[in-house]
Write a protein that binds this ligand. Structure first.
Ligand SMILES: [Zn+2]
Length: 277
C-alpha cells in the first residue's frame, strides 16, 4: 500500500502536468459532481497538496478537488487525450493543451470550496503531513508528549493517521529502528534523547524515502551495497522485510512480529525493551 512519500510523488507528477495551465476540459464519472464541470473549466491549478493519503488540487477560483485513493485509485499522466489501455474505471479527467491527468478507480472524490477543506471529515482528523506542511522535528517532539498520544504504543501511534499523516508500515519499523526505540514501548517510556531522535527520524526517513524512491537506509550504505551487485530489496531498508538477516549495525538477527495486524521488524539489541523483551 502506498505511504506518504509515494502519494507525494504522485501529487508531484499531477502538479507538474497541470500547474499554471488553463484547464480546457474536465469530467467526473459521478453524477453528483457533474454540475461542477463548468465551474472548474477555464481555471488554473495553483498547486497540489497532500494530506496523508488524500490529494488536494487547488484551483485559482477558490475551489479544491479532494481525492483519496483508498486502496485502488491510480493517477496516470499522459499527453493530452492519450488514454492508457487499462480495465480500470476512469473517475476524473483533467485536460490542458499538453497533458491529461487521469484518476482511475478512486471512488472518494469531492469538490470543495477552499474554506471547506479544513472541515472535511478526513482532513480534520488527519495529523500533520511532513511532506506538504511546514512541520519541524521540534513540533513532532512536542506532539509525542501530548496527553492524547504519550501513553499509546508506538506501533499503534505510527500507523494512526491522526498522529502523523502518511507514515505507513515500512516507515513505522524503520523509524523505530533508527531511533533505537523498542516496538513494545510508548512515548511515555522513552528518554528525552529517544524522543528527539524519533522526531528527527520521522522527518529524515519520510523525506529520504520521498527523494530516493522508498529507500530508508543510509544512502552511502545503499550505494555501496548496490555497487556490490545487491538487489534493491537487499539494501532498501534497515530492518523492514529483513527477518532472520543480521542487523546492519551489530549483526543481531532481525525479528518480526505482528502489531496492529501488520508486520513489524526490529533488532532486539539496538531497540532494547524497557521490560527486557
Ligand atoms: Zn542491531
Amino acid at each position: 500500500m502506498p505511504e506518504g512519500p509515494e502519494i507525494r510523488r504522485a501529487a508531484d507528477s499531477v502538479e507538474k502536468a497541470l500547474i499554471g495551465r488553463t484547464i480546457l476540459d474536465l469530467s467526473f464519472a459521478f453524477e453528483h459532481l457533474e454540475g461542477y464541470e463548468n465551474t472548474l473549466k477555464g481555471t488554473k491549478v495553483e498547486r497540489v497538496d497532500t494530506k496523508g493519503k488524500a490529494m488536494l488540487i487547488r484551483l485559482d477560483n477558490g475551489f479544491t478537488i479532494y481525492s483519496h485513493n483508498q486502496l485502488y485509485g491510480k493517477w496516470y499522466i499522459r499527453n493530452a487525450y492519450n488514454y492508457p489501455k487499462t480495465n480500470r474505471q476512469l473517475r476524473l479527467a483533467i485536460h490542458n493543451e499538453k497533458k491529461s491527468a487521469l484518476l482511475y478507480s478512486a471512488s472518494d472524490i469531492e469538490v470543495l470550496r477552499n474554506e471547506e477543506v479544513e472541515d472535511h471529515p478526513f482532513i480534520r482528523k488527519t495529523g500533520p503531513d511532513l511532506l506538504s506542511e511546514t512541520v519541524t522535528a521540534r513540533d513532532l517532539y512536542h506532539r509525542f508528549q501530548n496527553q492524547r498520544f504519550r501513553k499509546r504504543k508506538w506501533t499503534t501511534l505510527l500507523l494512526d493517521q491522526s498522529f502523523i499523516a502518511g507514515i505507513g508500515n515500512y516507515l513505522r519499523s524503520e523509524i523505530l529502528f533508527v531511533s533505537g526505540i523498542s516496538p513494545f514501548s510508548r512515548p511515555a517510556d522513552c528518554t528525552d534523547q529517544q524522543l528527539q531522535k524519533a522526531a528527527e527520524a520521522c522527518m529524515e526517513l519520510v523525506w529520504r524515502s520521498y527523494h530516493h524512491k522508498g529507500i530508508t537506509t543510509d544512502l552511502e550504505l545503499a550505494g555501496r551495497l548496490k555497487e556490490q551487485g545487491k538487489k534493491r530489496s537487499e539494501y532498501r531498508h534497515w530492518v523492514f522485510n529483513r527477518e532472520g538477516s543480521p542487523c546492519r549495525i551489530d549483526g543481531t538477527e532481525i525479528l518480526k512480529f505482528r502489531a496492529a495486524s501488520r508486520r513489524c521488524y526490529y533488532c532486539p539489541t539496538c531497540q532494547k525493551d524497557p521490560d527486557g523483551r
